[in-house]
Design a protein around this ligand. Structure first.
Ligand code: ZN
Length: 213
């Protein structure tokens, strides 16, 4: 018989006795009224980068899309299945969020896969290779600008460049562009440093990421 992990059961009991109880009214209200988050976060699947932890958010506050390397693909209607686009459409069109936050991070394995052809998961990972290939142009720009830099420095540059490129890809969705131009939606780039727990916010004018003091 397949055994469900004990630590997940213990964790859930902890949740019921603590976080759930302290937000019981909120959960009951949200169950009744439905969700109404103002912020949509696009983050990485990485286990160290949990948007609810980083923003210390309560239930119902964040509508979250997570994928490898926190990427937004460009708008297109061909192809078969579009999980990110569907969630984006739901968040922007139906929930009418006021902010979309792309949340990148240090040491991103998906970004490493773009740069390091010797990465162990590189050779036989068809889906990852295809997924991260949407940032090939950004990778080429980083390799051209920093040809002799260490892999760590190239990764940091590409982690941040791909956030900026994802913001541009967001604007390729007509419903995002329309709401941004109408002042109903704001797009933000952010970058989380796993080791220090610090968050950096992208300045839209300079393109630089500034730490939250
Ligand atoms: Zn990542």
């Amino acid at each position: 018989m397949v055994k469900f992990p004990d630590y997940l059961i213990e964790g859930h009991k902890d949740f019921r006795n603590n976080k759930y109880l302290s937000h019981k009214d909120t959960y009951e209200h949200l169950a009744d009224a439905g969700q109404n988050p103002e912020v949509l976060v696009i983050g990485c699947s990485d286990s160290r980068v949990n948007p609810n932890d980083i923003f210390n958010s309560a239930p119902g506050e964040l509508f979250i899309i997570r994928n490898v390397a926190n990427l937004v693909p460009p708008f297109e209607t061909l192809g078969a299945y579009h999980g990110v686009s569907a969630a984006l459409e739901f968040g922007v069109q139906h929930l009418e969020v006021k902010h979309v936050v792309v949340l990148g991070h240090t040491g991103c394995g998906g970004v490493k896969a773009m740069l390091d052809t010797t990465a162990p998961f590189r050779s036989d990972m068809t889906f990852i290779n295809n997924w991260v290939s949407m940032m090939s142009d950004e990778r080429d720009k980083v390799l051209k600008a920093l040809p002799t830099a260490s892999l760590a420095d190239q990764m940091e540059a590409l982690e941040q460049r791909s956030i900026t490129a994802s913001l541009e890809n967001l604007r390729s969705f007509p419903f995002v562009k329309k709401r941004e131009e109408a002042g109903q939606l704001a797009l933000h780039g952010t970058y989380f440093d796993v080791a220090s727990g610090s968050l950096f916010i992208r300045d839209p004018d300079s393109g630089l990421f500034n730490v939250v003091e």
